[in-house]
Ligand binder design. Structure first.
Ligand code: GLP
Length: 240
């Protein structure tokens, strides 16, 4: 069942999502957290870093990220490895050996197989944090992805490449492929928290919540999950 939490201010939505994570880790310090990237998540990680500065510990959590660009070295400033270090891991006490992110710098098929095996080994994610692409993607599961897609190499759609181009230097090309956790693994998480803020997400949210459950909008699959909360601000919820 999908629970919608519509909050007037962006900060309220971010706070609410951060609180779910803090509550889960407080109750289950060794939880497996599924983590997401993107502009939406930056203030959320800032909240978690602030909680850590106030004494909250992430020392025993294990983290699995949703995705990584193919062809980017972990040290590339736009790799999701760098993003996670910059916004979260460099500032908190997650043990480095408990951090897992698909590898963008090796053969992509090997990286996907390795990541899929790792996810099987860790077991279901306790709490999966999700952003939503403006085209309704989750992780890098683009429109057209079936419900039970495995963790794999994907080709990004043109609208995703242009949406993410804002993070790359002018003239630098955005990778065309990624390794992503599949919809099957995402939906097998015990709990999902999806966060959407800003008017650019309004159409995707309307399609996800009010349209058919369909591959045209992978975020609509969240309605089939037994325990998913979608947290949105007023702008993202404007068309609901
Ligand atoms: C990216 C990521 C997704 C993220 C989405 C939204 O492509 N792969 O995991 O949820 O796009 O990003 P943003 O928060 O920047 O809008």
């Amino acid at each position: 069942m999908l629970k919608l939490k519509l909050l007037p201010q962006t900060e309220d939505a971010i706070d609410a999502a951060a609180q779910v994570i803090v509550d889960l880790v407080a109750a289950q310090p060794d939880a497996v957290l599924g983590l997401a990237t993107g502009g939406t998540m930056e203030p959320l990680y800032a909240r978690l870093v602030a909680a850590h500065r106030d004494g909250f510990s992430f020392a025993r959590v294990r983290t699995v990220n949703l995705d990584e660009y193919v062809g980017l070295d972990p040290r590339h400033p736009n790799s999701y490895h760098s993003y996670m270090a910059r916004h979260f891991f460099d500032h908190v006490d997650v043990a480095p050996e408990n951090i897992f992110i698909p590898r963008g710098e090796i053969d992509p098929q090997c990286a996907a197989a390795e990541y899929s095996a790792l996810l099987d080994r860790l077991g279901p994610v306790d709490l999966q944090l999700l952003g939503i692409g403006a085209n309704g993607h989750i992780g890098f599961n683009e429109p057209g992805t079936p419900l039970d897609a495995p963790t794999r190499v994907v080709e990004l759609l043109a609208d995703t490449i242009s949406a993410n181009a804002r993070f790359f230097a002018t003239g630098e090309s955005v990778p065309s492929h990624a390794v992503t956790m599949g919809t099957a693994a995402i939906l097998s998480a015990r709990q999902v928290v999806a966060l959407a803020t800003g008017g650019a997400k309004a159409e995707a949210l309307a399609a996800a919540l009010d349209g058919p459950v369909s591959a045209d909008c992978p975020a609509s699959y969240l309605r089939l999950h037994p325990s998913c909360t979608l947290i949105a601000d007023r702008a993202a919820g404007a068309l609901l």
